[in-house]
Design a protein around this ligand. Structure first.
Ligand code: FES
Length: 102
């Protein structure tokens, strides 16, 4: 596993936070059902910080102009974003969350 980026018990279900891994800014999302997803923290519309947006189910809303992204696969679901964001593998070991970027 890569260096831990956070403890699992620090992240409430239904929330997201921004973490840095290997110089990349990543939105780490924990959905209400407890699943973890990591996506690029940069909206494909105009670089909005997705990890600062509202997480609702499997969707996160860009805080800049409101585009919705599916955190499970990185797809843009609504305009004004069209392109997909990158997704990263997440692992949990002894309560530590790791994200693979390479
Ligand atoms: S920057 Fe995300 S919708 Fe515009």
């Amino acid at each position: 596993m890569s260096e831990p980026v956070a403890r699992l018990d620090e992240i409430e279900p239904g929330t997201a936070r921004v973490v840095e891994v290997d110089g990349q800014s990543i939105a780490l999302c924990r959905t209400e059902d407890g699943n973890l997803y990591a996506i690029e923290n940069r909206c494909t519309h105009d670089d909005g910080p997705l990890g600062e947006g509202e997480l609702d189910g499997d969707r996160i809303e860009c805080p800049r102009h409101g585009a919705l992204f599916d955190v499970t696969n990185g797809r843009a679901m609504t305009l004004p974003a069209i392109g997909k964001v990158k997704c990263f593998a997440v692992s949990v070991s002894d309560g530590d969350i790791g994200i693979e970027t390479g």
